[in-house]
Design a protein around this ligand. Structure first.
Ligand SMILES: CC(=O)SCCNC(=O)CCNC(=O)[C@H](O)C(C)(C)COP(=O)(O)OP(=O)(O)OC[C@H]1O[C@@H](n2cnc3c(N)ncnc32)[C@H](O)[C@@H]1OP(=O)(O)O
Length: 439
């Protein structure tokens, strides 16, 4: 069954601007197999993916039908049924500090055919998505990005960073003795039935995480058709506690080796651990696999506890990269959705070229960190006041970005002396924001 957001009509301003360039902007009828297949092929082409097989289209078809699927068509082409641009969007729960969540408009599959690039099509698509989300009363938009150069112009700011890890497994010894529990190889199906429940418990207390849809779990575990090599190489190991309850999984592949058989590389595609025991056991497992010299992992937390599990922290090379970008559309709704660290009175002078978040806003929190937010004509003189654009406010929102860094970089201006330190203290999240998937 389709949710209402999937049927929300396309934005009229973007439709008119694209029509002026001879292009049609519209919703894809996801119940029509031929139209949806043409859209999938355009999406895959846009990301330099292969022409999708029938099995891959079938599984994608079942997995993302609920989304608002948009195409742009050029009727003058030899194959006019294949869109020249795509997007896919849906309402998603984003966890925010205080184990709460906010409805956010997730935007994905933004592609423009290389034959139609740099004519303003992506701008029409993105602005159309933002106006549609605002129209539906959704307070925030979000995306994960292929390049960090594209989305700032639309008011997005990076709010969650991810670390890419490269670990020298020969240097990685643990500070503590092996704990109890049991490890065992399991199938992708077992992962599919147990891992989402474990993840749910982690997601709801980790700012930056979103609900993960079933097709994504199948892709992670190699169960979804599409990448045969990935499916064949993928292994899954489960950790059970002493009571026999599954508490974590690792999904990984071993590649390379060559003539020197001790030189393999192990890639952790997903490591999910509900408690410290599972976390240590699963990392210890991958770091002790024989014939492996390097363990790699992507999309790990920038505050990965593993470094503290090891006797030699320098065994781990961690490279941070921007991952989740947020775009506040409704300031009072967004700021009201999260918990803060204590009592404060903060004024924000927000600029927004697209207008959604422009204005003066007062955030008042009590000593429990519960907020009250109002849009005001004038900011009170006794508030800690900062001036910033919606990009920076969106970056600061989850409490994982240091305000002082943005002040030093000239991206946030302290209107009252010492305001940045108050914002920092009030916004800081005790749980480091982390998003463990792409969307
Ligand atoms: C959420 C996601 O899906 S992330 C994935 C994004 N998609 C990809 O990376 C797939 C490959 N790339 C593409 O499909 C296209 O090149 C897109 C979607 C990135 C851009 O589409 P286009 O239609 O060419 O962009 P458009 O002409 O509307 O440009 C809009 C603005 O963005 C700028 N821009 C476009 N692409 C880029 C880029 N890769 N890097 C920096 N700036 C860019 C343009 O210069 C323009 O700037 P301005 O309006 O401020 O002067």
């Amino acid at each position: 069954m389709m949710n209402d957001f999937a049927k929300h009509p396309v934005d009229e301003t973007s439709a008119a601007s694209l029509a002026g360039n001879g292009l049609r902007y519209g919703l894809v009828d996801t119940s029509d197999r031929a139209s949806f297949t043409a859209w999938f092929q355009a999406d895959s082409r846009g990301f330099h993916g292969p022409t999708m097989s029938k099995e891959q289209v079938d599984s994608s078809f079942a997995g993302v039908t609920y989304r608002r699927t948009i195409g742009v068509w050029d009727e003058n082409l030899v194959a006019p049924e294949v869109p020249v641009a795509t997007t896919s969007s849906w309402t998603e729960q984003l966890t925010v500090p205080g184990s709460r969540s906010i409805d956010a408009w997730a935007i994905s599959s933004v592609t423009v055919s290389p034959t139609h690039r740099r004519r303003g099509i992506a701008r029409s698509l993105l602005e159309g998505e933002l106006r549609s989300a605002a129209d539906m009363g959704i307070p925030m938009a979000m995306l994960t990005v292929s390049e960090s150069t594209i989305y700032g112009r639309f008011g997005f700011g990076p709010a969650v960073f991810a670390a890419e890890l490269s670990i020298d497994s020969k240097r990685a010894t643990f500070t503590s003795a092996k704990r109890r529990g049991k490890l065992q190889p399991v199938s992708p199906s077992e992962f599919g039935s147990e891992a989402p429940q474990i993840f749910e418990r982690i997601r709801t207390s980790t700012p930056g995480q979103i609900k993960v849809w079933p097709l994504r779990w199948d892709q992670i575990s190699g169960k979804a058709p599409g990448d045969e090599d990935y499916t064949k190489k993928t292994r899954v190991v489960r950790f059970d506690d002493d009571g026999g309850t599954p508490r974590g999984f690792v999904v990984y592949r071993v590649t390379g080796g060559g003539l020197d058989f001790t030189n393999h590389s192990l890639t952790v595609d997903y490591l999910l651990a509900e408690n410290a025991e599972a976390y240590e056991a699963l990392w210890r497992y991958v770091l002790e696999v024989d014939l492996v010299r390097e363990v790699k992992a992507e999309l790990r937390s920038v505050d990965e506890p593993l470094l503290w599990n090891l006797t030699d922290m320098r065994a781990v090379k961690a490279t941070p990269v921007d991952h989740l970008w947020l775009r506040i559309l409704d300031v009072p709704e967004s700021l009201s959705a999260r918990q803060y660290s204590g009592a404060a009175r903060i004024g924000f002078d927000v600029s927004d070229a697209l207008g959604f978040a422009q204005g003066l806003f007062l955030l008042e929190t009590d000593k429990t960190g519960t907020p009250r937010v109002s849009s005001v004509d004038e900011l009170p003189a006794d508030a800690a006041i900062v001036a910033l654009s919606v990009n920076e406010l969106s970056s600061l929102y989850l409490g994982g970005v240091a305000v002082e860094s943005l002040v030093t970089a000239g991206r946030v201006r302290e209107v009252t002396a010492g305001a940045a330190a108050i914002v920092e203290r009030t916004f800081h999240s005790p749980v480091t924001p982390w998003l463990s998937v792409w969307f």
